[in-house]
Ligand binder design. Sequence first.
Ligand code: AKB
Length: 308
Amino acid sequence: MSMFMDLPTGRVLVTGALGQIGTELVEALRQKHGHEAVIATDIREAEGCQILNVMDKKGIKKLMFEEQITEVYHLAALLSATGEKNPKLCWDINVTGLENVIAAAKENNARVFSPSSIAVFGPDCPKNAPQITPLNPTTVYGKTKVVGEELAVTSGIDMRGIRYPGLISYKAPAGGGTTDYAVEIFHSALEDGHYECFVREDTKLPMMYMDDAIRATIELMNIPFEDLSDSRGGYNISGCSFTAGELVRSIQRHLPEFTCTFKPDIRQKYADSWPEEIVDVVAKEEWGWKPRFNLDKIVDEMISNLKK
Ligand code: AKB
């Protein structure tokens, strides 16, 4: 593998910059490239962030041309739970929004990072999901991510993605996903001493601490295009897998009085359609992926940072 760093020659655009990933990715990219080089955008207004709607094709093209964007991290999307409530909006934002970004990237000769998800897998996938396997998701969200992965290899641009597992972080709330219980539980444990979890105690899903996810994203974008295979549309990366019950017991190491009850809702169905573990040999071989956080380490970090 070549050690050549593929640094952007122009500026970097982040869409969905105020979301769970965007909040931390913008910070990391600004540290890497300098504050001025990173244009953070979202549909919501906030300091240091411009308004950009990914459905506004002309607006994206104009911004990318004017700001000389050569690298896009396209994070604006609806997640699984919100997506199932509003499938048309999910398709529009996740697929049409992505097509708009790809069209603008083509005109500006820019590279694109577009996140995929473990939601690309369906019930026919082995519980330990391989990189290459039929992708038959049951959620609309999962289907939009499969389309995104296909576009990555057919659109004729340098486009890459990662099949993110459930992401656990303390800086910004998760929103609209099935794996959100693994974030909400920490806030409830510290504030109320109790959490009512919306999946069963034995529900096991692939999860990852945000630090690992941000590092993976930046490491993948540093690899020369020619070193990557067609798996670049969405690499499997594994952090750690645990059941909701195991998460509770790990939190109880810090908060012995903490209690959790389990009352599954519709999100149980989405969780049950996803794999329990992820096989990430391809990402390890092609770009050296290696996780740093296991369950107890994630819990230690979450509790100590949320207490501050
Ligand atoms: C969700 O739960 O929808 C997301 C995901 C696994 O992509 N966190």
